[in-house]
Design a protein around this ligand. Structure first.
Ligand code: SAH
Length: 244
């Protein structure tokens, strides 16, 4: 149960928070924890705050880049305490749970949490299909990291236990082809950026917000593996024509 959901912590400063996250996850029945470049880990404070969830810390995957943490995930959700320059599809934790709960077990979902002081960068948030924001008092909008994980994983558990699901399942639940994984999407975006530069539609000196906007467009569609192949085939054909 909930085994297909990965919690990803980016650049966590306080090891105690990592322990708190492990505890919150284990309470709700999640076990897949990835740590992107934690400042201090392993650490006694992490173990102390984890209480009985030290096993999750032992199993946690420590990686150097967010890419590595997300590579095999079909759906990536970013958490954000405040709104950003380019708005992204946004849900609250209950809505997220209603979307995620009915997904087939084989669909791997990553939920990404940011640094204690700065959250996630815009670039990191633009890697995500969807953003989730926990409704809070606007004057004091930032939760402790482990508290944020607790709220979101609680909603995921509620949706599973009480069979709460979105009225209309989305995100490939009734789909014929497996959804593209994050690594395939990133290769497609690299290919798109390269092609747009080659045809001089994108000026690398003045990229403006072209790539973030195109990312948002394609990620909103949640493309599957065949769709990504078709798009890349089109890009290759364009490149071939230009190079001839
Ligand atoms: N000061 C940072 C917030 C960091 S809190 C900022 O302004 O962005 C650390 C992390 O906890 C965030 O990156 C996010 O993953 C999570 N978090 C905290 N409050 C949240 C909220 N209201 N909604 C969603 N995630 C939240």
């Amino acid at each position: 149960m909930l085994g297909n959901i990965r919690i990803v912590l980016v650049n966590t400063t306080h090891p105690g928070n990592i322990g708190g996250v492990a505890r919150a996850m284990k309470n709700m029945g999640l076990s897949d924890l990835s740590l992107v470049k934690p400042k201090k880990f392993p650490h006694a404070d992490a173990l102390a705050r984890a209480s009985g969830a030290g096993d999750l810390l032992d199993q946690a995957r420590v990686v150097e880049t967010l890419d590595e943490a997300l590579a095999d995930c079909h759906l990536v959700v970013g958490t954000s305490a405040r709104s950003r320059t380019i708005p992204w599809p946004l849900v609250n934790p209950r809505e997220l749970a209603a979307i995620v709960a009915p997904l087939p077990q084989a669909t791997r979902v990553a939920i990404v949490f940011g640094r204690e002081d700065r959250g996630l960068t815009n670039e990191e948030l633009q890697r995500c299909h969807q953003h989730v924001h926990i409704p809070v008092d606007e004057q004091f909008s930032s939760l402790n990291l482990a508290a944020a994980v607790q709220v979101i994983t609680y909603e995921l558990r509620m949706a599973k236990e009480f069979d709460i699901s979105a009225a209309k399942p989305c995100w490939g639940t009734e789909w014929d082809v497996e959804l593209a994984e994050s690594r395939e999407l990133e290769l497609m975006f690299d290919h798109l950026e390269q092609t747009l530069t080659e045809i001089e539609f994108l000026d690398p000196q003045k990229p403006r917000n072209l790539m973030p906007r195109l990312r948002r467009l394609f990620l909103r569609a949640v493309p599957d593996k065949i769709e990504v192949n078709v798009l890349r085939g089109m890009l290759s054909a364009i490149q071939k024509r230009c190079r001839d």
